[in-house]
Each structure stands twice: as C-alpha cells, then as structure tokens.
Unconditional design. Structure first.
Length: 133
C-alpha cells in the first residue's frame, strides 16, 4: 500500500532542505563529501507559486552513473518539492500497476523523492552551502 501522507511529508521536508541549500541563490555548485560526487542546482524558472529547478549530480568515479538532469518543482504555496522527471522519465505516478511494462516499481515516485531526500540531507549534514570557485 502506498502512503500518500508519507510522500507529502517527504516532499515538504525536501522543500525545506532545498531552501536551506539555495538560501536565496538561483544556482549552486558544490562538491559533496566522500564518494557522493558533485551537484549543480540551477533555478530555471522562479515565480511566487512554483519554481523549476534542474539538478545535475555527477559521479565521475562511476562510469554507469546516469548523467541525466533531474527536473524538480518547488511549490511555494504548498511548501513542497517534488521530482518531476529524471532525464526522459516523466511519468512517475504515486502508484504503478504491477507488473509494469517499463519495469517501474509500484512506489517509483516515493523512491525517486526519497533518493533526492538522502542526497539533500547528505549535503546539509556536511554543510555544503558554499558555491565552488
């Protein structure tokens, strides 16, 4: 069973984490500690209600790591941040039927937003708020 309330709480926490990371900036480039790699955050569209952010997360130590950008939407009126797309994948439903023809997990939307939460938390845990020169 998919817990919609837990997904909303996760998106609300991700919103707060992203606000802390960006702190009023429209862009951030930072090196994460250890083997986490580097992140680039770029605000593509800013508005009072919804902002669009592109996240690129590079892992040069892993040849198989996807280089696709993550499309994120910040809903300011709801104080939520959600993953809208990863590369060409734009159809993250709250719940997918199983078996899925493209191999999506039943809780794919939860998984990508949870993965984003871990990355944002890691960045904040190590105080990654200063842009690289």
């Amino acid at each position: 069973m998919i817990d919609l309330l837990a997904l909303q709480e996760l998106c609300a926490l991700n919103y707060q984490r992203m606000r802390l990371l960006l702190q009023g900036r429209a862009a951030l480039r930072a090196r994460l500690p250890g083997t986490w790699g580097e992140i680039d955050l770029q605000a593509e569209r800013l508005s009072p209600h919804t902002s669009s952010i592109t996240l690129h997360w590079r892992r040069p130590d892993l040849a198989w790591w996807p280089q696709a950008g993550w499309s994120l939407h910040m809903y300011h009126d709801a104080a939520m941040l959600e993953v809208r797309a990863v590369g060409e994948r734009r159809d993250f439903l709250v719940r997918h039927a199983q078996p899925h023809p493209h191999g999506y997990a039943r809780d794919e939307k939860w998984q990508v937003n949870h993965f984003l939460a871990e990355m944002l938390q890691q960045a904040l845990r190590h105080d990654v708020r200063v842009a690289l020169a």
